[in-house]
Write a protein that binds this ligand. Structure first.
Ligand code: COA
Length: 179
């Protein structure tokens, strides 16, 4: 469990399945993600079951909960994936699936918590990420967190009838501001 001022990051539970199905079948959310097929209950069940197997140890997924007084509310997911223990790097992914919680600072705080976890607990040296070029909110969040734009993968994603560029970002522990 990782606790910030406005969010808590906690492990995935079986009971998260209905949230995942809702969030990852919402086109307003998935327009920003590389998913493109309908997310089935079977696929989500398998994803959750697989978290209990050895191959899951290269991924560190969390559910983002917004702190609301004494209560918390599940609003999305975040994680480090493909954790590489030789080169000390991992990929970063985030989706706030409950759109009512967009643009209120939750994403930035959740990401800051997981970056700290990556550098201080997993001993990462580098975190990789990529953002579809029209996702200005996510690109802005990455820059604010200290990610450096390292290159453009031109026309690497096909969505809404055309190709889109992806922005490749990287954050090194040496340049991380500790936020
Ligand atoms: C991307 C995402 C994680 C950002 O989290 P968030 O809580 O909504 O964003 P924040 O409130 O922390 O704001 C991030 C920055 O974007 C800016 N921003 C907010 N809304 C914006 C908008 N509509 N367009 C452009 N920038 C916007 C904020 O002002 C802030 O920058 P600033 O502090 O320099 O002003 C979240 O919106 C989300 O999950 N979206 C859907 C899925 C997705 O895009 N995932 C990421 C894939 S790479």
């Amino acid at each position: 469990m990782l606790r910030g001022k406005t969010v808590v990051l906690r492990p995935v539970r079986r009971s998260d399945l209905p949230h995942f199905l809702k969030w990852f079948n919402d086109p307003e959310v998935t327009q920003y993600l590389t998913f493109y097929l309908p997310m089935t209950e079977m696929a989500e069940e398998k994803y959750i079951e697989d978290l209990g197997t050895a191959k899951a140890s290269i991924n560190a997924p969390f559910v983002i909960e917004a702190i609301e007084g004494e209560d918390t509310k599940a609003i999305g997911t975040i994680g480090l994936h493909n954790i590489n223990s030789k080169d000390h790097n991992a990929g970063f992914g985030i989706a706030i699936g409950d759109k009512r919680y967009w643009s209120r600072g939750y994403g930035t705080e959740a990401a800051a918590l997981i970056i700290r976890y990556g550098f201080e607990q997993l001993n990462l040296n580098r975190i990789n990420s990529s953002v579809i070029a029209f996702n200005e909110r996510s690109a802005r969040m990455h820059r604010k967190l200290g990610f450096v734009e390292e290159g453009i993968q031109r026309e690497s994603i096909f969505k809404n009838g055309r190709y889109h560029d992806q922005i490749g970002f990287g954050l090194l522990r040496s340049e991380w501001k500790g936020t």
